[in-house]
Design a protein around this ligand. Sequence first.
Ligand code: HEM
Length: 265
Amino acid sequence: MTTNTALKKPFIQTAINGILTLGMIVVGIITVTFGLYVLRTSPGTSLMEQARALLSLDSTQTWWYITRASGLMGYLLIWFSMIWGFAVGSKVFDPMLERMFSYDFHEHLSWLGLAFVGLHVVVLLFDKFQPFTIWQVLFPFVAPYRPFWTGVGIMSFYMFLLVTATFYLRAKLSKQTFRKVHYLSIPAYLGATLHGLFTGTDSPLFAVDMVYLITFLVTVFLFGYWAVTLYQRKVEEREKALAAAVKRHKERYRGSHQRSITRAR
Ligand code: HEM
């Protein structure tokens, strides 16, 4: 039993770390390739033209496809990070994975999800059919396309960014503040789901609707489980504190009782 767990831990961790590292290498290679290409092309060519030429993506549809694909990827990764967070909070992985690893993985997933959302947004600036300006992607509710639900997506992005940034401020923040900021991921997730559902070109597709439905149901289940374990832990802590107070009181009483007996003698 012990040997099994000891063997399992490094294998799962190495596999997940390997996949993540590979993903980051691919993203790094693409970024560097584009950087080098930009450096080699003649000055005066705009960044958009360079990117289009490099990827040979001149069809009106292509950018829209990339936005949709990266939006869905970002959504799935952020969702996965959030449910992983619920599982970590409920100590589900404690028998299998080191706590430090679970936290790191949670953080990695969030950054990876945000990177995909970053791509989702940047690509809109290049779009030929419905181009967005930098202000329209930065400020909520001013977008030229479904302004309300696009605005909800922008707000969700900022909330996720704040939650993820606090991973770095953990040592400086109190436990309560860290937790309160972390709770923002719940409205952010709901906002991102509604944003995807009401702005997405792919929402009428049955498969995409199933993705939203299944992710939502899993979230509700794990949120419920996490809330129950949190409540149970609080009750246990309160009971322990009460038992300690009773013990202290009894010892103090026994001490003073002993002293009065000694004095009476
Ligand atoms: C946490 C943040 C975000 C997530 C998880 C997210 C996710 C998604 C998803 C899943 C879709 C539907 C894609 C499809 O149907 O194939 C979508 C669509 C869209 N999002 Fe976002 N998004 C986020 C933030 C943003 C931001 C900041 C903008 C900025 C303007 C934005 C603009 C759009 C637009 C214009 C569409 C419609 C594209 C289409 O036709 O499918 N999103 N997003």
